[in-house]
Design a protein around this ligand. Sequence first.
Ligand SMILES: Cc1cc2nc3c(=O)[nH]c(=O)nc-3n(C[C@H](O)[C@H](O)[C@H](O)COP(=O)(O)OP(=O)(O)OC[C@H]3O[C@@H](n4cnc5c(N)ncnc54)[C@H](O)[C@@H]3O)c2cc1C
Length: 413
Amino acid sequence: MSGPVPAEGTVVVVGASLAGLRAAEEVRHLGHTGPVVIIGDEVHAPYDRPPLSKQLLAGTWDVLRVHHHAPDRLDTLGLDFRLGSRVTGLDVAGRSVVTEDGSELGYDGLVIATGARARTLPGTAGHPAVRTLRTLDDCLGLRSDLEAAGAGARVVVIGAGFIGAEVASTCHGLGCAVTVVETLATPLARVVGEEMGEACAGLHRDAGVHLRLGVGVVSIDGGGAPGSGQPTTVRLDDGSSVDADVVVVGIGVDPAVDWLAGSDLVLDDGVRCDERLFAADRVVAAGDVARWHHPVLDADIRLEHWTNAAEGGPVAARNLLAGSGAAEPYAPVPFFWSDQYGAKIQVLGRPAPGDEVVVVDGSVEDRRLVALYRRGDRLAAALAISRPRQLMGYRPLLAAGASFAEAMASAGG
Ligand SMILES: Cc1cc2nc3c(=O)[nH]c(=O)nc-3n(C[C@H](O)[C@H](O)[C@H](O)COP(=O)(O)OP(=O)(O)OC[C@H]3O[C@@H](n4cnc5c(N)ncnc54)[C@H](O)[C@@H]3O)c2cc1C
């Protein structure tokens, strides 16, 4: 049980991005009068990540546009921002966090919103032509690499997940010669199933992007800074290799929980929370870092979706202030989108390998469709390619745990 946070108490939020910012804003919105301190290790004011693989990388948006608030507005939020400061430890019993400069900060309520960090390929740290894409600095660095490499730069993207696919799409739009390397035989098969993974592969192929599927990377050899004229060689486990001016590694993320080692929290692919997002007494977590028990899905899940951070942050904040006795369960319909090659892919619910997939509108060939996922007699998920309005009709059905028959009836099938 966690008691309510006194109105004049100190709320500390660790992680100054989407979930953390929305949580801190909600604390103020609810009339909390005590200090609200938001600590982030990036030097930048809170910004949005989706444009980093889309508009900002493409150069169609400038940096100001990705920030959640204009600089002068930040000062009006009533929040004590401590940016460029890394939190290194948590003492749950003593209700305090410690930052890398050794200073300790007590709290009456704590929000953990440290998100996730990009995985890297072993042996590539410091390679001048190899990048990951998670932060604003990553994006600006990649953009300048592409500019340095010049027109027709050869880009190898390792990993055909959503971030890799978006980077491939944006680089293709910039006129680069793009190759995507993926260990799975079908991109995204583990996330959206074989059939819809094949449809996503079709988007790359239609654009003329070269897909190397079912192959792993053995090593990344040689190479200098993009534009130096020294290509980097990506060697694959089928004996072939691809030369690149720029290599982008998009092989997933890990929740940022290193700073919680040794605390009493349960760390299990993220911070383990109950269905009200409590991780411990007076401690809640939200966004990419939180694994919580979803009461409707009856499963422990962790989502890496923008909407989950935007919605989960405020729920965590409300629950923290109210205390666990008055807290509400967090039971969103999972949702994410991805923009690739002019197509919008959107997914509601949680598809799983083994679900039966029925296309109820459009077709894979058209690259415009709505597909429903059946698990047992239930509707488990719905996916759309460039059919946003049609997809949203399935949200209430998923929220209500509707049967597949009801979903088919609603589709007119
Ligand atoms: C390039 C890109 C494109 C994306 N596109 C989409 C999309 O199209 N659709 C979609 O649904 N989702 C998308 N996402 C995912 C979405 O952006 C994330 O789900 C969302 O950012 C999660 O927010 P968060 O606040 O939980 O974590 P994060 O945004 O990861 O923020 C956590 C913050 O905490 C900081 N931090 C970590 N550890 C510490 C510490 N010890 N001390 C202090 N600070 C710390 C981090 O540096 C970071 O600033 C995209 C993500 C990326 C990277």
